[in-house]
Design a binder for this molecule. Structure first.
Ligand SMILES: NC(=O)c1ccc[n+]([C@@H]2O[C@H](COP(=O)([O-])OP(=O)(O)OC[C@H]3O[C@@H](n4cnc5c(N)ncnc54)[C@H](OP(=O)(O)O)[C@@H]3O)[C@@H](O)[C@H]2O)c1
Length: 327
């Protein structure tokens, strides 16, 4: 069987080796053209990618609505993941992060409507609400699962102890956290804990928001301009590390984005790269067939030691959630 048709288990769900992250289709990293986005999503499905990632907060509902249009007529073949917990109305709600049971219930209903589906296959708490014990949030998500509103429960960006507490209330199908060559902090305790508990790991921003694909923001309204890692001095410092990945890519005759994704895939996790363009999508999917030997993995890891990346992951004071300005 070709590697591209392999499936991976995330709890009860069976997903393609790579998923597709839809966030950038809502003007996150520059403008996104709706017709092109729908063409890209068509190609996602044609390639055999069955795992589509969105969140209510991406484009303040725009992303779920767009995905709803794209999946019409073929929803049954797909695993749809969405997230809640970053209030869309945070300016008036008085809180940015909300994991309260009532809010979870209202948020899932709104997402179901925007997506035009009867069930969200994987529903994540996007960020831990520091004022609501995770047990309460997961307890409500378990009730939503019993009622068929969601198919499985996920968490995003939580630490290992929270993952354990949540999993004790109800099995967690997947943890979604940032993981890429330049963001390897989860390797210390979070990834081993997910493995120990049998929780799937979904790697977001696996291309470092573009940097590890050799891309830098050019459009004025690109959110990356606010990210410390995209400031000129950080780019200069981090580019020296990327040279190693570029040399590996040249040696293997592939693109640097493919080397970056192949490294994430070598960790047995499910990356969800995002792109607006079919050409990039096809290149990223082809990374399934790029096999890195142990020496090459070690070479890449030596170039990107844990914690060595210059610049914080998110702007200071941000929630830190894509799609939202600092609270
Ligand atoms: N749970 C969370 O808190 C969280 C946070 C962030 C993201 N996410 C999820 O993870 C998904 C992916 O993360 P992400 O979009 O932040 O970052 P990413 O996938 O690491 O990188 C996306 C960026 O890389 C560029 N790119 C993609 N493939 C390329 C290629 N082959 N060559 C050159 N450039 C390429 C894209 O630009 P083009 O459009 O021009 O190709 C885009 O700017 C999101 O869509 C979202 O679903 C979750």
């Amino acid at each position: 069987m070709s590697r591209s048709t392999d499936r991976v288990a995330l709890g009860p769900l069976s997903v393609s080796r790579q998923g597709f992250g839809c966030m950038g289709l809502s003007h996150t990293y520059g403008e996104a053209d709706e017709a092109e986005s729908l063409t890209t999503l068509d190609r996602v499905v044609e390639l055999g990618i069955n795992f589509l990632d969105t969140a209510d907060v991406y484009g303040l509902g725009h992303n779920e609505t767009l995905l709803g249009k794209a999946i019409k007529g073929r929803r049954d073949r797909l695993v749809i993941a969405s997230k809640f917990g970053n209030r869309l109305d945070q300016a008036t709600a008085g809180r940015a992060l909300d994991g309260r049971p009532d809010y979870a219930r209202a948020a899932v209903e709104a997402s179901l409507r925007r997506l035009g589906v009867e069930q969200i296959d994987l529903y994540y708490l996007h960020r831990l609400d520091p004022m609501t014990p995770v047990e309460e949030t997961v307890g409500e998500l378990a009730r939503l699962k019993d009622q068929g509103k969601i198919g499985a429960i996920g968490l995003s960006e939580v630490e290992a102890s929270v993952l354990r507490r949540a999993h004790a209330v109800h099995p967690i199908a997947a943890l979604q956290s940032e993981y890429s060559l330049w963001t390897r902090e989860v390797e210390a305790t979070i990834l081993p804990t997910a493995r120990e508990l049998g929780i799937g790991f979904v790697a977001y921003s696996p291309l470092g928001r573009g940097f590890l694909a050799g891309a830098l923001p050019v459009e004025a309204n690109d959110r990356r301009h606010q990210h410390p890692r995209y400031k000129a001095d950080a780019v200069a410092a981090n580019s020296k590390r990327r040279l190693v990945a570029e040399a590996v890519a040249q040696r293997l005759g592939v693109a640097v984005a493919q080397v970056s994704l192949a490294w994430v895939l070598s960790k047995g996790v499910v990356p969800i790269p995002g792109t607006r363009h079919v050409t990039h999508l096809e290149a990223n999917w082809a990374a399934n067939d790029v096999v890195l030997d142990a020496a090459t993995v070690a070479e890449l890891e030596a170039a990107f030691p844990v914690g060595s990346t210059v610049g914080a992951r998110y702007p200071a004071g941000s929630t830190p959630v894509p799609g939202l300005q600092p609270a």
